[in-house]
Design a protein around this ligand. Structure first.
Ligand SMILES: [Zn+2]
Length: 363
């Protein structure tokens, strides 16, 4: 009798352990700054194309317009609406009643990225100033886990990320803005040179997204990080500038880079079929277009509304997520990222972090 119950215990323990294990061995997060859910799910917005913010209406219509919503959004983000649609999940389509948003009360970048990475909105984190973040982030947490030490990196176009991710304390490699990456690698050396010789179209504090992507990609191929974060920026800059054609074209380019990133993942045995890709943004820009589209923040209604997409070996393919009475918040990403790697994320301030998003793991 005693032997039997021990055996039973072992079987139950083994089953529970097997159940809690995930197939995800690597996590890659990509953020597209200030790209609205409206463009993701509806494609190009005719009210902005027909406004002063689109001087070359003919070209933009040729590139991105179709009367059918499904075709229109696929013209803008073909990778999202083919591969991710077939193999992953897309959240935040408010036209269907699926809601995703930030829980911080500010609706701009640093508070948004803080919420994504630390798992809670912090009232102290209320500006875009270069202040080192007091909160530990999930990348830092992952970097402290056995087997992940020195295997975590972030690449960003905007030069505030060393502060958001507190690279001084966190030990996470953060290559950000126009700064060289020290690595003996001919591709990286070329990128280091290029970024100093290239005019950034959106200002000195932002590296062109294509360079940020190439830095991340070459680093990935060389060093095989197990947790990688890529933060693009240009969509937000073009929106603030009032250039809708560039906002659309850059969204399209970022989709191309995501396609290339996924191809890179799936053609490298280190990443293939054991890597989850999470794609999101830091805030919305409201729905009173064309008037309010350029900006975001508390004065722009509904600029807290966001979206995300996820694809990987633990996530059932469901495409567009249906109507739900539950709103999902950006503060749930940190724990979702940890759980995908089989980890349980805790904040340093004993602050509650948002729960992992259940539907990412099960039907
Ligand atoms: Zn902005």
């Amino acid at each position: 009798m005693k032997i039997k119950s021990t055996l039973l215990f072992l079987i139950v323990a083994f089953a529970a352990n097997a159940f809690s294990q995930t197939k995800t061995k690597n996590i890659i997060v990509v953020t597209l700054d200030g790209l609205r859910w409206q463009e993701i799910f509806r494609g190009a917005d005719s009210t902005i194309i027909n406004s002063e913010f689109t001087p070359n209406k003919k070209e933009v219509n040729q590139l991105f317009w179709n009367d059918q919503t499904e075709k229109r959004r696929a013209l803008l983000m073909p990778f999202l609406w083919s591969t991710v649609m077939q193999k992953g999940q897309l959240y935040g389509n408010r036209d269907l009643g699926n809601k995703e948003e930030v829980s911080n009360p500010y609706y701009f970048s640093y508070p948004g990225y803080n919420e994504i990475m630390t798992g809670f909105p912090d009232k102290r984190v209320n500006s875009n100033d270069k202040i080192y973040n007091p909160n530990i982030n999930v990348l830092e947490f992952i970097n402290q886990q056995k087997g992940y030490e020195g295997k975590v990196a972030a690449f960003s176009s905007w030069d505030v990320f060393p502060y958001i991710l507190n690279d001084k304390r966190s030990g996470v490699l953060v290559n950000s803005g126009i700064n060289d990456l020290k690595l003996e690698n001919p591709q990286i050396n070329m990128l280091n040179e290029m970024q100093h010789e290239m005019l950034s179209p959106v200002g000195d504090d932002v590296r062109p997204d294509v360079l940020t992507y190439q830095f991340a990609k070459q680093f990935m191929l060389d060093k095989h990080p197990k947790a990688l974060y890529i933060a693009f920026d240009e969509t937000d800059d073009y929106a603030h500038g009032g250039y809708y054609q560039f906002y659309l074209k850059q969204a399209h380019n970022e989709d191309k880079m995501l396609q290339d990133l996924w191809n890179t993942i799936q053609s490298d045995p280190f990443y293939k079929d054991q890597t989850t890709l999470l794609i999101t943004c830091d805030h919305g820009r409201g729905d009173d277009s064309p008037k309010s589209w350029r900006s975001h923040g508390t004065e722009i209604p509904n600029s807290k509304q966001t979206w995300f997409a996820i694809m990987g070996p633990d996530t059932p393919a469901r495409g567009i997520m249906p109507a739900s009475s539950t709103i999902i918040y950006h503060n749930q990403f940190a724990q979702t990222i940890a759980k995908l790697l089989g980890l349980d994320f805790k904040s340093n301030t004993n602050h509650e972090v948002g729960d992992a998003i259940n539907s990412v793991f099960s039907k």
